[in-house]
Design a protein around this ligand. Structure first.
Ligand SMILES: [Mg+2]
Length: 341
């Protein structure tokens, strides 16, 4: 199941106070101690690497700094190669790389920048210049993180229903297609449930839309709590929900549907000043193994089973029974609906 509406929060480097971790890779002991004492004084948490290989290893750690000051000429691996490797893995969040170089020829600098360095400084350098360039790097990192947060918020918005924070229709259908492909590939069963709240219009009409919204949110919570972690419930329409159950054959799909039905019927829903009894009807359709064409037919069958559940008195689960041996002239004739007391 996807993270439901939870926007992963990323801490900006400015929120880390002054203790932003920075990797300093330098092989010359004099520059090592100079850089370390300067950056520490400016408030950075310095991690020192003494050659290119150490630098590359440090940058592969899960908690690797996002700011790196790399000397160009180092034993085992030069700074440009470290930079090239950092860019090749293209991880997020972005790593800001400042190259230190004693080289002054412009062709060399082009090589460094083309390897993916963000900035460079020629040795010997002015301390204040290094300080402001690092600050510029931090600003870039902050902007990049704000962008990532905005993108994550957009992703959640685009894939989730605003009212219930369940998956939206588009996303749950995408997941259904993905699970059908997986069922075909791994020869695993798949079930889908079509859940519809009984007499929902009555709640809206008698108690108002706010109470109706409260019921929809509570319905989503109960559905989710009745699900396994890898099930995908989504809001399909107004008061209709589609649930994809990977790995569930007909019997398990039916049992899952019963759990959802019971979770609704067990106790009344909060809906404004007075709680209200809410039930749901559920149609189940299943495949032992899917084929690519099954997306439409699974939904149609679940819909027809849902119709039968409604027709037989609501607050019940019905499953679509496919007769493999006979020619299905009328699919409705194949509906076996299981009434529950
Ligand atoms: Mg060097």
């Amino acid at each position: 199941m996807e993270p439901n509406g939870a926007i992963q929060s990323v801490r900006l480097s400015s929120e880390l106070g002054d203790s932003l971790p920075v990797l300093v890779a330098e092989d010359n002991p004099i520059f090592q101690s100079m850089l370390k004492s300067m950056l520490t004084k400016w408030g950075y948490a310095v991690r020192m690497a003494h050659n290119g290989l150490e630098a590359w290893e440090a940058m592969q750690a899960p908690d690797a700094p996002r700011l790196a000051v790399l000397d160009w000429m180092m034993p085992y691996m030069d700074g440009v190669e470290v930079c090239r490797r950092i860019r090749a893995v293209a991880r997020e969040p972005y790593v800001y790389v400042l190259l230190l170089t004693a080289k002054t020829e412009s062709a060399d600098l082009v090589e460094g920048m083309e390897a993916g360095a963000d900035d460079y400084l020629t040795k010997p350098f002015n301390a204040q210049e290094l300080r402001v360039r690092l600050r510029a790097g931090r600003r870039i990192l902050d902007l990049q993180e704000q962008l990532m947060q905005a993108r994550e918020a957009l992703r959640v918005q685009a894939t989730h229903d605003a009212l219930t924070s369940l998956l939206n229709r588009g996303r749950v259908l995408e997941i259904l297609h993905g699970e059908i492909a997986r069922s075909e590939r791994e020869l695993r069963p798949l079930s889908v449930l079509m859940v519809d709240l009984d007499h929902f219009k009555r709640i809206n009409d008698t108690r108002g839309h706010q109470a109706g919204d409260e019921v929809l949110r509570e319905a989503s919570r109960r559905m989710k709590s009745a699900m396994r972690e890898y099930d995908s419930p989504g809001r399909y329409g107004g008061e209709e929900f589609l649930i994809v159950l990977p790995g569930c054959a007909a019997r398990d799909g039916y049992a899952q549907a019963e759990r959802v039905r019971e979770a609704f019927a067990r106790e009344p829903f909060p809906a404004g000043p007075e709680p209200v009894a809410v039930t749901c009807s559920i149609g189940v359709s299943s495949r032992d193994v899917c084929t690519a064409e099954d997306a439409d037919s699974l939904i149609r069958e679940a819909d027809e089973a849902l119709y039968a559940a409604k027709h037989n008195g609501r607050n019940r689960v019905a499953e679509f029974a496919r007769q493999e041996s006979s020619t299905p002239n009328s699919e409705l004739a194949n509906l076996a609906s299981f009434s529950r007391a």
